[in-house]
Design a protein around this ligand. Sequence first.
Ligand code: TMP
Ligand code: ASP
Length: 259
Amino acid sequence: MKKGKKLYEGKAKILYASPEKNLAIQHFKDDATAFNNQKKAIIEGKGILNNRISEHIFSNLNQIGIKNHLIKRINMREQLVKIVEIIPIEFVIRNIATGSLTKRLGIEEGTVLDYPLIEYCLKNDDLGDPLVSREHILSFNWMNVMELELINEQCKRINDFLQGMFRGVGIKLVDFKIEFGRSSQDNNIILADEISPDTCRLWDSTTEKKLDKDIFRKDLGNLLEGYQEVARRLNILHEQSNIRPIKFPKPKAVKIKKK
Ligand code: TMP
Ligand code: ASP
């Protein structure tokens, strides 16, 4: 499919115009960033894995009635998606305390939360995506009360579904971030952006080994190996790709070439 002009470039993805009305091409880059772009690297193959994992999750969510922007994956790095007007709030759903929650409130790392906790962050890199309250959202008209209720419900359903999906393959869904947008085509709010190991915290259920972007944030090892393990467990690592092959499940026998 022929790409049109660049509509938007973010830290991990680029959105291009597509030949089809109201649709865009979402391209997954290999760029990894953390701490609001202060730490950066290019990790060859990351975009391919995130494209595939996000496609898998969004198409599964679609099957349980969570409307989202995905039309179809086009190639290894790109998906055809509905154009939406992104709501400027990042929705963070937490099942286990870690990351900024532990730092901000002194909650002990690893505390299993009694109920999933939904946090709202304003999507503004210059301000460092600050935490905002429900009252801020309503007061500044980022959403109306009906929209906020609808999204809260969706966040809970998405969390329930993803927790079950990951638990089934021996992974704890610790927390994740999602974004929603207004779709003129659907006349509704739909899930957008991506759900991948870049935007989730995923721990091995037994060892609590990190399989997500914390590997990069905290220099815990080979990021690609973690993402490949997630894809392998979800049974979606079949395709030919130019990612360096890592054999599973015998990690001891594997030698990863350092560049
Ligand atoms: P936090 O503990 O750093 O606030 O992160 C919570 C979750 O949100 C975690 O799964 C990582 C994800 N996240 C993003 O996807 N993008 C971001 O910019 C940030 C800060 C977190
Ligand atoms: N996504 C943010 C960044 O690119 C923060 C993070 O994921 O840690 O800096």
